[in-house]
Design a protein. Structure first.
Length: 407
């Protein structure tokens, strides 16, 4: 196989995670080793928009310390974007621009780090480059706290977010024990159509301090059943802790959330406010004091409680993507296959990007309890290995230190 020498272009897209920059670290460190294949490592600012705007960062200009700190830095160190590329057969304007940029900078390896919609972008670019016969090898690097990418056991970012959710629910649960007559506390957790992250609240119950009720998008939500279940728990305990996904829907498929009606670039409704809505219902209909808690961006930005397993797997996914591209693999995404649960082991494989894009992996029925308000042991056994180990932050003056790459 003839050697192809050129530059590697990397970018981040979609909602950040606390370990997406660990994947960037894996990409950068592996690419810098491959001097026989890669001249320069280039990063797009704000994902594909950075390539279109020729807004690029050369890794040679980044300090070694800032690269090391990527393993501890939340958010997207290079900036993210939600930008939907049309089919190039309908409108090739952006693709012609990308082809110009790729040729100008001799981009022969392209890695895009994101979730479902990002894999859609990645696959479309791979198809176009093949159509115009430009030799460039394109690999998707998975990430999402939602854990809803198909064909992979789990996704980088999920383990750390699950660890944050579980530990924070424990803290809330213990805080609620302070008073003999407490409240109904409803915690809203991210998850549009898949309940993986909300399910992680159940990990808190392993230690005895966690939610009484858990509601997932996979189970149609009934207000009347919810009120009865909350009432039953409150009568028994004089308090009730509820974990609810932002994406719960009624039997007609209508979001319970107070949706703003606004949509993002990919047509997804912007959700939020379901916990507040349910807390108001509890107070008004049941006469029980209640409050709502919305984690929001904290569940994806909590780098202080990263799972070391998650960090190491994110790095390996980035490194593996580089190796796959150099082996002239293209239009594929890195996936993880669990080979053993005890001891926990995984292996890295590649899967067709087209089938990974725009498909959501939901929780199987076997992981949801029969009453639809909790999880089974199968889920706990699945998730516990993913939250193991701590990636101790670097502190100065009591403050976490993050990479300062963005300009």
């Amino acid at each position: 196989m003839a050697k192809l020498k050129g530059n590697l272009l990397y970018g981040q897209s979609g909602g950040p995670t606390s370990v997406i920059n660990a994947s960037a670290y894996g990409v950068i460190q592996e690419a810098l080793k491959q001097k026989d294949y890669i001249d320069k490592v280039v990063v797009m600012k704000h994902g594909i928009r950075g390539a279109l705007n020729e807004d690029l960062i050369f890794v040679d200009d980044i300090s070694k310390d800032d690269i090391e700190l990527l393993k501890h830095t939340p958010g997207s160190a290079f900036g993210s974007v939600r930008f939907k590329l049309p089919d190039f057969r309908e409108d090739d304007t952006n693709y012609l621009r990308l082809l110009y940029i790729f040729r100008k900078y001799n981009i022969r390896y392209f890695l895009y780090n994101g979730g479902n919609d990002s894999m859609d972008t990645c696959s479309k670019i791979a198809d176009y480059m093949k159509q115009v016969d430009y030799e460039c090898y394109i690999i998707g690097v998975p990430k999402t706290i939602d854990n809803d990418l198909p064909f992979t056991d789990h996704t980088p970012g999920y383990g750390s977010a699950a660890k944050y959710v579980a530990n924070t629910l424990m803290e809330i649960s213990y805080d609620m024990l302070a008073y003999p007559n407490g409240k109904v506390t409803i915690v809203e957790i991210m998850g549009r159509h898949a309940g993986w992250l909300t399910a992680s609240s159940a990990i808190a119950n392993v230690s005895g301090f966690g939610p009484d009720l858990i509601y997932l998008p996979e189970v149609p939500f009934s207000i009347e059943k919810f009120k009865k279940q909350v009432s039953d728990v409150y009568k028994m305990k004089k308090q009730c802790l509820v974990a609810v996904s932002e994406g719960i829907q009624n039997e007609d498929g209508i979001f319970i959330s107070s949706s703003s009606g606004l949509r993002d670039a990919f047509g997804h409704f912007q959700l939020g406010g379901v916990a507040s809505k349910l807390a108001t219902t509890v107070s008004a209909d049941l006469g029980i004091p209640s409050r709502s808690v919305e984690f929001g961006s904290t569940q994806r930005a909590a780098s202080h409680i990263q799972s070391l397993t998650d960090v190491n797997e994110a790095i390996a996914a980035g490194s593996g993507a580089v190796k796959a591209a150099l082996a002239k693999k293209t239009n594929l995404m890195v996936v993880m296959n669990r080979t053993s649960n005890d001891p926990y082991t995984i292996e890295y494989r590649l899967h067709d990007l087209r089938s990974c894009a725009n498909t959501e992996k939901k929780m199987p029925k076997s992981m949801i309890n029969k009453t639809g308000n909790g999880v089974t042991k199968e889920y706990i056994d699945y998730v516990l290995p993913l939250i193991q180990g701590e990636n101790t932050p670097r502190f100065e003056n009591g403050i976490q230190q993050f990479s300062k790459i963005r300009k």
